[in-house]
Structure formats: C-alpha cells, structure tokens
Ligand binder design. Structure first.
Ligand code: ADP
Ligand code: MG
Length: 695
C-alpha cells in the first residue's frame, strides 16, 4: 500500500485543482478563495464542471451540500448529477450555481425560535477553505448554513466569523512588532478523540445504549480500570484491525490521523490527528466520528462516542489543542529566542490568560451538555471550574515580571519585555499536569473540557472570539503608546496582576481546589442548566456584537437550542429508563423471586425442616428493592409530567437538573443492587462485565 499516494485521494484539493483546471482559472480561483471574495458565475461554472468530472471518475453519482446545523451532527441531502436531454437520455451535469449555493428545506432543524416554519427556507453556501471530497458515491461540498434573512443557523458560519475576528486583531499586534510580511493569522486545532469499542451484539441487546448512547443501568463489574493495565496497553487484534481500516479511510479523505492508543478504561481508545486550520479541523473531526462508527460496523463492533457510556469508569473527552499561526508558518504561541519574539509571545500568551479569566463562563458553557455533566468534576476529567495551567518555568517568569525582580536562579537581571530575552523554557516539562481544564503545553493551549461527542466548532468559536477581543484591547493600548517596549512591559505586568487568579498549577481534581477557586472568585457552574444562561449575559452579548460573531438574537437562539437539547436528552433517558425498569428489570426480578419461592416450597415439601434461609433472605431483599424501584419509576413519571408544565425552557432545564436527574440516580441504584444478586439467566440484558470485555 502506497500511503502517500492514497492520502487525500478522495479530496478535491489544490493539487487536483491545479491538475484539472486551466492555469489562469486555477490562479484566479486560488486568489479569490485566499482573499475570501465570492466566486463570480463564470469561474464557478468552470470549477463546478471540473469538480464533477473528477468526482464522476471517483464513482460519484450525487453531490451534497454538507452542513452543520445546530443538532451538533452534520446534515446532507443528496442530489444526483443527472440532467435529462431532449432525446430521452441523461447527462451528468453540475453548474456553478449548484456548487456555490443550495437550498435545503430547513424547516426541521433547530433554530431556537428564530425562524417560524413559514419562513423555513435556508440556504447553504460553499466554504471553499474546506476541500470538497468524495465518499460513498457522493461529492461532499462543505458549506455554511443561513436563513434568508441572513441569520446564522449552523456551527460553521460563526466559526468562520470568529476566525476572521482573530485574524484581524492578531495582525494588528504583529504589525506593532514590525511584522509586515504576515498576511493572515489562522487559529490551528488538533482534536484528540476518545471513544469506546464494544461488540455490536452488546449494543443491540441494550435499549439504553440504543436510545441514549449510554448505559442507564449497570452494576460495577468485578474488574474495571483499577489495574491501570489498559492505558497504552497492547492493542487487541480485532481493535487493531479496526484502527488500521479507520486510518486508511481517514487518510483517503485527507485527514491526518496520526496517533492511536488504548485509553484508561477497558474498551476505551484514542485517535489524534495532526493539527490544521480550525474550520478544517472541525469539519474533519465531524467526518472522523462518522467514519469511526462506519468502520466499527464493518468489524461487527459498535463505536460509542458518548461522554459517559459507563458509570464508575472513565468517560470520553476530546482535547482541543489550540494555537495561532501566521500564513508564513510562525506559531505565535512559540516563545522564540530573541527579545522581540519573547515579548510578542508574552503578549499573545497573556491575551489568552486574560481572555480565559474574563470569559470563564463562555468556555464552560461551550462544553455544557447532559452527557458531559457526568464527566466534568467527576475526578476523571477537569472540574467544572475553568483555570489555566502554565507550568513551573512560566510561572516563575510571570511572578518575576509581576514583582519586578529577577527570575529565581535564571536570568541575572530584572527583565524588560521586548528588550531582554526570557529564560529558556524547556518544552517537555510543561505538559505533566493532566488535570487542568486549560493547559499551556509548550507552544499551544490544550482545552480539555470538551465531551467526546461535541462538535469542536462551539468551543473554538468561543476561544477565537475571546482571544480576538483581548488582542483588540491590547492593540488599542499599544498602537497609541509613545514608547512601545515600555508600554508592552507595563501592559503585560498589569495583565498578570489582574488575571493571575485564573492560573493554577496544582491538582485540579482535589477538593481543596474547589475551596481555593471559590476564594479566588472563580466561577463553578456545576451543570448545564446552571451554565447556559451565561450565553446571553450582557457582557457576552456585547462581546459577540463587537467581534461580529453573533447578534443578540443569534446568541439567544443558541442558548435556547442548547437548553432544549439538554431537556430532550434527559427526557429520552428517563423514558428509556422507565421502559427498562418496568418492562425488563421488574418482570425479570419477579420471575427470579417466583422461582426462589418455588424452591423454598419444593425444599420444604421434600425435606420438611431444611434451612431455606438464603432463599428467604434473597426473596426479601429483591422484593423490597423491586418495589422501591417500582415506586421510584412512578415518581419519575410524575416528575416528567410536571416538567411539561414548566413555563420556559430555562426553568425546565433547571427542573431536570435538580429534580429529575437525582431521582434517576436513585432508581438506578435500586436496579444495580438487584443486578448484583439476581441469577445471570434472569437478568434481561448484558452486564458491564459482558460489555466491557466483549472485544
Ligand atoms: P499529547 O497532548 O497527547 O501529549 P501532543 O502534545 O503530541 O499529544 O499533541 C496533541 C495534539 O496537539 C495533536 O493533535 C497535535 O497535532 C496538536 N498540536 C500540536 N501543535 C499544535 C499547534 N500549534 N496548534 C494546534 N494543535 C497542535
Ligand atoms: Mg493531550
């Protein structure tokens, strides 16, 4: 297998465009795309035709405008290329208009009250910065999705807007440092993806996995992750075959799949691609999750992407590695070695710190979901409190700058930013704290609070926007300063003084941190219902408006969609739980009790006075627990009826978080207790032991 040849073989990238398009057309297309201008009609027609010919060669019969509505997953509607001719035949045709713009009937996508159904039509517009590709006989065209009144209905458009905002403000800073060559600054992202692989039969045997994507019942198995033997452990043959297939599929689509390994929990694994521009990384992560599921199917496996498929063992997250790079290839979060580079690095670095401190709420809510609530703060993932890890060396530098003294044991004198070089930062020592939600790892920040199913668009919209706005503030100050280096130094020191409370290098999992964070005045938004209302806090609306990312209406609609989604997810989980409790678990336990009673009767009939103590104990225990579960199920039914009467979705989400979820946990506890003492052949679905060690 020739991997370089296979790589991106199904992608309509620059190389293919150069091969397939006349020279002048290619040049003007490239220029138009790089300058972010709309394509004119004649150019679009030529490109569309070349794209279609190439796609047909690859076996495509259809095309689709592939977009990312607010459902969090992607959407596609396939149209064939066929066009009838006068003689009753067809030709394969694809026009520039069809390439550039589509009109899916969009009435069934969530819009958060923004769009009444009578004005249902939205349109999709090609995002030429993300390449088209062929998959399963269809040409996929990555697009953005808007309503006709121009309101944004997807996750991609605001992501692109946030990238623009960052580009604009970061360039202002670069100019201040005398950089006149960079034409653009792009945020880059590498998203490490965690997932579980189980045997497909296990998936189909459990309603909770099928309807909710996670187990709603399940007692602890005899073996969990306590031996720590799975993390980086040898990969089993079936998993390894899956991974090889997956890599190949991803490579064909131009996705830079790089690292794969076993994760902490049994049956848990990770895949990390090499980083790329944020919107491409976001498209590719969506595709990666989709391909994972498909390849798993081929291997008779099921890929679980839920944040917490199993209680009691680690859930799955997604680490969002983020940095900023110039079009000339300079990573702006790389400290560099000259005084100017150091000064510039410290400014960008402090911009991120300040942004994270001022907008903890936005980062927190960007990772809020019913699924992720089970992870954050669960001593396996960072807590719900946002803080930044910067490592010992940087902390020393930051402290020295703040106190205006020389860094301990390093430089010989007091540093002046922009004039002196910083003490060397050893790269590999920065990434040892795995508990921090937002960690500086040498030349990038790693945002570790994302859940595994998330579209990375949401969190990256926030990161780009808050950093852009902070850079704007910095540029405003520095552009008007008479002495640049002095002003730079002062600005960095002031920023340290004001925002150092967000820096925490200790263990974020320990209880003391929660108390300490509270003392520092950091936010601790424990669940989704608590976090989401911050989306429309006045300071945040103002930020989105300033940076041109969301209008007030768009922000409100997004908040509502996320709240609605939360309520719907918990509601589905509840209904699934009631179904399993009443139709599966209750009758199974009752059957076991009946047989135990028969056993008591038979034993007595045959032996008279023989001991039936264990049977009787079990009968009593199971009978009591089954009854408690039954009562709890009825109680939950009443709660669900009450939830329907909530005045609005925000109130409803709080009701689910505070009333319904605790009741679900209680119901589950009764069932799990019964599972541990019910004979195997009665239990109505596979246990944790069966599922986790099924591959
Ligand atoms: P780990 O976090 O497991 O130690 P690495 O640090 O090697 O792994 O990288 C994790 C991810 O960070 C990879 O996807 C990698 O491509 C990405 N990454 C590396 N440099 C950058 C950067 N400048 N911008 C964004 N992502 C980056
Ligand atoms: Mg990592």
């Amino acid at each position: 297998m020739n991997i370089p040849e296979m790589f991106a073989s199904n992608v309509f990238n620059w190389q293919v465009m150069q091969d397939k398009l006349p020279k002048d057309i290619f040049r003007s297309l490239r220029k138009t795309i790089e300058e972010g201008r709309p394509l004119d009609n004649s150019l679009a027609n030529i490109v569309a035709n070349a794209m279609k010919d190439w796609a047909v060669e690859k076996g495509a019969t259809h095309y689709t405008h592939w977009f990312q509505p607010m459902t969090g997953v992607t959407a596609e509607k396939h149209d064939s290329f066929i066009t009838p001719t006068k003689d009753g035949k067809v030709i394969m045709d694809f026009s520039g208009k069809e390439l550039v713009r589509g009109e899916p009937d969009a009435s069934s996508f969530p819009s958060g009250g923004m769009r009444a159904t009578f004005e249902a039509r939205g349109y999709t517009a090609w995002d030429p910065t993300s390449f088209a590709f062929v998959k399963d006989g269809t040409l996929f065209i990555p697009t953005a999705f808007c309503s006709y009144s121009g309101e944004v209905l997807d996750k991609k458009t605001p992501l692109l807007k946030s990238m623009n905002a960052l580009n604009k403000q970061a360039l202002r800073i670069l100019r201040l440092f005398g950089n006149t060559t960079a034409k653009a600054v792009l945020p880059t992202v590498g998203a490490e993806q965690e997932y579980f692989l189980i045997d497909r039969s296990m998936y189909y045997a459990r309603k909770d996995l099928r309807f909710a994507g996670r187990t709603l019942f399940g007692a602890r198995p005899p073996k969990g992750q306590e031996l720590e033997d799975h993390y980086f452990g040898a990969i089993k043959i079936r998993v390894s075959e899956f991974m090889r297939d997956l890599d190949e599929e991803l490579w064909k689509l131009g996705i830079l799949a790089k690292t794969k390994h076993n994760e902490a929990a049994p049956a848990q694994h990770e895949l990390a691609p090499i980083f790329t521009t944020t919107n491409v990384a976001s498209d590719q992560n969506q595709m990666m999750m989709h391909i994972m599921k498909r390849v798993a199917h081929k291997h008779n496996l099921y890929c679980l992407l839920h944040e917490k498929p199993f209680a009691g063992i680690n859930g799955s997250g997604k680490h969002n590695n983020w940095s900023m790079t110039t079009d000339t290839g300079v990573n702006l979060l790389d400290p560099g070695s000259t005084p100017a580079e150091n000064g510039q690095f410290m400014l960008f670095f402090m911009a991120v710190i300040k942004a994270v401190d001022e907008y903890q709420d936005l980062l927190r809510l960007s990772v809020a979901s019913a699924g992720n609530d089970h992870r954050l703060g669960g001593y396996e993932a960072p807590p719900a409190i946002v803080s930044v890890f910067i490592g010992e060396e940087l902390e020393e530098i930051v402290e020295a700058l703040e106190a205006d003294k020389k860094p301990a044991g390093r430089g010989k004198k007091i540093m002046k930013l922009g004039v002196d070089t910083l003490p060397e930062l050893p790269k590999d020592t920065t990434d040892r704290n795995r508990t921090s939600p937002f960690a500086f790892t040498g030349n990038k920040f790693e945002f570790r609070m994302l859940g595994s199913t998330f579209s990375i668009a949401g969190p990256n919209i926030m990161i780009n926007t808050i950093v852009a706005d902070t850079l704007r503030e910095f540029a405003d100050i520095l552009e008007n300063a008479p002495d640049f280096n002095a002003a730079l130094h002062r600005l960095v020191v002031d920023t340290i003084k004001k925002h150092k409370r967000i820096i925490f290098n200790g263990n974020n999992y320990c209880k003391e941190w929660t108390a300490e964070a509270e003392k520092r005045g950091l936010l601790n938004l424990k669940n989704t219902a608590e976090a989401l209302p911050y989306f429309t806090a006045p300071k945040n609306i103002e930020l989105f408006r300033r940076m041109g990312v969301f209008t007030e209406r768009e922000a409100a609609s997004r908040q509502e969609i996320m709240q609605e989604n939360y309520c719907k997810v918990v509601n589905i989980e509840c209904l699934t739980m009631l179904d399993m409790a009443k139709k599966d678990i209750y009758p199974a336990v009752a059957a076991y009790i009946t047989d135990l009673c028969a056993c008591v009767r038979e034993k007595r009939a045959v032996f008279g006075t023989i001991s039936v103590r264990s049977e009787c104990e079990l009968i009593e225990k199971l009978s009591a627990a089954n009854e408690s579960m039954y009562d709890k199920a009825n109680e939950i039914e009443k709660l669900l009826a009450e939830a329907k009467t909530c005045s609005d979705v925000a109130v409803c989400s709080v009701f689910f978080a505070e009333k319904v979820i605790p009741a679900m946990n209680e119901l589950r506890a009764f069932a799990d207790e019964m599972e541990l003492v019910t004979a195997k052949k009665y239990w109505p679905f596979p246990t944790y032991g069966d599922i986790l060690f099924s591959v």
